[in-house]
Write a protein that binds this ligand. Structure first.
Ligand code: NAG
Ligand code: NAG
Length: 424
């Protein structure tokens, strides 16, 4: 028995060693690349003019549709802050924003060297690529830890603030799956089902100060810049939620994705073709843990602050659907589903998502979590109608490749990807 134990121990240590190494390298990279955290205030920064966009790019329009003005005329909104939360279908929204931005030649505030704004550090304007005080942008949409006072300096005053939430239990499950190998405090959890191991006694493993611990508790609260360790009944939870509801013009709900996009289209005065999409960054269903009701209850309690946040905005979301018109919403959702299905048959080989190993062109291969290639992707149809090729390619391009196409240098992200794939 002691021999067995020792064997198990060595196996664990051998498994962990690359992780200590990688974490060390990442910390070093992080320190080397993080710009100084000094806040520079400049009066000029607080007043962005209303930037005008140039004409639309023809190449990104969907060919079969002639451009008709909408029934009720309004100008499409082009100044947008999208707070990209983690594990909430936000990559699909990002693709929509990238396409819209390219079509209207909008100016994006991009990160430098990587695909996020030095997450999990709080956002600072100085993290924006080529930023100089007073510089203004149309769109901010990469991962960040939200700080309204900093974001507001980058955008014209009419910017529309949008974000997306997801059921915190499913979000927790997804975050645990995607990140647990990067959170050292989970390495001590013994057994196959680490998720249940954690939920059965989270306080035995969790510590707010531990490296990357925010991935395991109230991740939404953390992303919005709040304290993710508040207990659900702490009065600050409700003040923070109130705070957000004053900042954001629209909060989308991942579980009602089509309805969300219709509300988005309505608010931004966009067209139906602007919001067509293929679900990006989706996990194969076999890697999703179906939590038993008892475990769901535990996850919900553990993420109580996020749960309150989600319930608040789920309620306001449905009030807006009602204001939009329930029947009108149903009709528009059907239209969107129909148009999406058409695009699927035009663009996608086999008509649906495939496992990472079956993606032929690396340009369409999404980033994979550490240790498990569970994120699915698409193959572009071989005999694609040439006039649809461009739009199909854009719709299928994963986040990192699209950022590269838009001119973002991703050396830190790529180096991390290389280390991840080499060691695992
Ligand atoms: C909202 O939260 C931010 C960051 O915590 C804080 O600076 C700001 O004062 C809050 N605003 C309100 C209205 O509570
Ligand atoms: C969200 O709101 C809808 C409509 O009121 C309701 O049916 C659903 O149960 C709510 N979801 C949660 C998780 O509260």
């Amino acid at each position: 028995m002691p021999g067995l134990k020792r064997k198990a121990c060595t196996a664990v240590i051998r498994g962990l060693l690359p992780w200590f190494l990688l974490t060390g390298i990442m910390l070093l990279l992080y320190c080397l690349t993080n710009p100084s955290q000094v806040k520079v205030r400049n009066l000029q920064e607080d007043t962005c003019p209303l930037v005008m966009a140039k004409a639309s790019k023809e190449s990104l329009k969907i060919p079969s549709q002639s451009v008709k003005p909408q029934a009720d005329e309004c100008a499409p909104k082009i100044n947008i802050m999208f707070m990209k939360t983690h594990k909430t279908a936000s990559s699909t929204i990002l693709n929509i924003l990238f396409r819209f931005g390219e079509k209207h030649e909008l100016k994006f505030a991009f990160p430098d060297g990587r695909n996020d704004f030095f997450y999990p550090s709080p956002f600072l304007c100085s993290q924006v690529k080529d930023y100089t005080p007073g510089e203004c942008f149309n769109v901010v949409c990469n991962h960040m830890r939200f700080d309204h006072q900093e974001v507001v300096k980058l955008l014209p005053p009419d910017a529309v603030y949008i974000t997306i939430l997801r059921d915190p239990v499913d979000l927790f499950e997804s975050s645990f799956h995607y990140y647990h190998r990067a959170v050292p405090l989970t390495w001590r959890i013994i057994g196959e089902d680490k998720l249940s191991g954690f939920l059965n006694n989270p306080r035995a493993f969790y510590s707010p100060e531990a490296y990357n611990s925010f991935y395991l508790r109230n991740l939404l609260f953390f992303d919005f810049g709040f304290d993710n360790n508040l207990e659900a009944d702490d009065p600050r939870v409700m003040t923070d939620i109130q705070n957000l509801s004053e900042r954001f013009h629209l909060v989308l709900i991942a579980e009602y994705f089509e309805e969300s996009l219709i509300l988005l289209k309505d608010l931004l005065c966009w067209t139906m073709e602007d919001i067509l999409y293929f679900k990006l960054n989706v996990r194969r269903s076999s890697s999703v843990s179906r939590l038993a009701p008892e475990m769901r209850a535990k996850a919900l309690q553990w993420n109580g602050a996020d749960w309150k946040l989600y319930q608040h905005f789920n309620a306001t979301f449905w009030n807006r659907v009602e204001a939009y018109g329930t029947e009108r919403m149903k009709r528009d959702v059907t239209k969107l589903l129909t148009r999406n299905a058409e695009m699927k048959s035009i663009c996608i080989e086999g008509g649906g998502a495939v496992e990472a190993q079956k993606i032929q062109d690396r340009h369409f291969l999404p980033w994979q979590p550490v240790g498990e290639p569970s994120i699915m992707g698409y193959n572009l149809k071989k005999d694609i109608d040439p006039k649809f090729r461009k739009i199909c390619e854009k719709m299928l391009t994963p986040e990192l490749q699209y950022l590269s196409d838009l001119g973002v240098n991703l050396w830190v992200t790529r180096l991390w990807g290389w280390l991840k794939d080499t060691f695992y």
